[in-house]
Design a protein around this ligand. Structure first.
Ligand code: MEV
Length: 315
């Protein structure tokens, strides 16, 4: 029997524009995790996935769960094992699905790690990230690679598509409230919408992406220097641009406005958008107050995390 877990993630700055070559910044979210255990399966059964959240047993014949099956096959191939290997994989996750917190990549990463550990086959983080990227490509055709990177490295990352990711340490920790609109929104839908707008008017879209990229560069500099209060207005500016590229939603904007009125220094959607989660930067120690106001205003769940020491308080 082997066991592995992987964290969720938040994108601090730069989602969507990162697909088009602009920088983005993301951090792991250890308080919510996906986990996978592997044990010997029934003789002649091939791999079977026991998905606890979905209350389902999934086999290779199940078309609806291609991403899970792909993760299993990629791991078996990596460990030089046949596709019909008799293993049972039990998956569990407390990362909400389709909410921008990296559930798909975390499930794939923990599955691959647990299978490789079952066969005592070592894997580097870079290779794990490559395999998870292949699974992510099934969810939406053009992933930038940021989700698999931050989830596999389990460190804050400054990311530009096609370049070696830069993991970094924050000069001063900063507190973030994460709030869930409760509206599931698969990344592929908003990524597809951005692509449609880009195809119709590349000049406009690319100008907006460049502005998002500049915000990321400014934010990265402030994070490395410990000037974290400067990140609030940059989050607000990033949110305005995310609205301009059509990935926000009335529910996100309602909660973002509540966060700002409750004293957040800045707030924006995080991840694919369209629903899912928003993040709000708060003064250190102010997380509980802002989180309570967000829940009173309709957030179905909040999480407070400190970027720089990545421990979180769930409520
Ligand atoms: C999703 O977490 C982030 C997006 O930028 C998509 C991607 O980078 O592949 C929306």
């Amino acid at each position: 029997m082997s066991h592995a877990t992987s964290p969720g993630k938040i994108i601090l700055f730069g989602e969507h524009a990162v697909v088009y070559g602009q920088p983005a910044i993301a951090a792991p979210l250890s308080a919510v995790r996906a986990s996978a255990s592997v044990s010997a399966g029934a003789t002649g059964g091939g791999p079977v996935i026991n998905a606890v959240n979905l209350k389902m047993r999934i086999t290779a014949l199940d078309d609806a769960h291609q991403a899970l099956i792909k993760a299993v096959y990629l791991a078996l191939a990596e460990a030089n094992q046949p596709e019909n290997s008799e293993i049972e994989i039990t998956l569990d996750s407390d990362i909400p699905i389709a909410s921008g917190l990296g559930s798909g990549a975390a499930i794939a990463a923990s599955t691959i790690k647990a299978i490789l550990s079952y066969y005592n086959h070592p894997i580097t983080t870079a290779r794990l990230s490559e395999l998870v990227y292949k699974v992510e490509a099934l969810h939406h055709g053009t992933p930038s690679g940021i989700d698999n990177t931050v989830i596999c490295y389990e460190k804050p990352v400054f990311f530009i598509r096609g370049q070696q990711p830069e993991t970094f340490r924050t000069a001063a920790p900063f507190e973030i409230v994460i709030a869930d609109t409760g509206i599931p929104s698969p990344t592929r839908v908003t990524v597809g919408r951005v692509r449609e707008h880009w195809k119709k008017d590349k000049t406009r879209s690319e100008a907006l992406f460049r502005q998002i990229g500049q915000i990321c560069l400014d934010a990265y500099k402030h994070i490395l220097e410990g000037a974290t209060e400067a990140l609030g207005p940059l989050m607000d500016d990033n949110q305005t641009l995310l609205e301009a590229i059509d990935v926000s939603s009335p529910e996100l904007e309602h909660l973002i406005s509540i966060a700002r009125k409750a004293g957040a220094l800045g707030a924006k959607l995080s991840g694919g958008g369209g629903g899912g989660n928003l993040i709000a930067l708060v003064e250190n120690g102010a997380g509980q107050t802002v989180a309570a106001r967000l829940r009173a205003g309709g957030a179905v769940r909040t999480l407070i995390t400190t970027i720089g020491n990545d421990d979180a308080d769930l409520s």
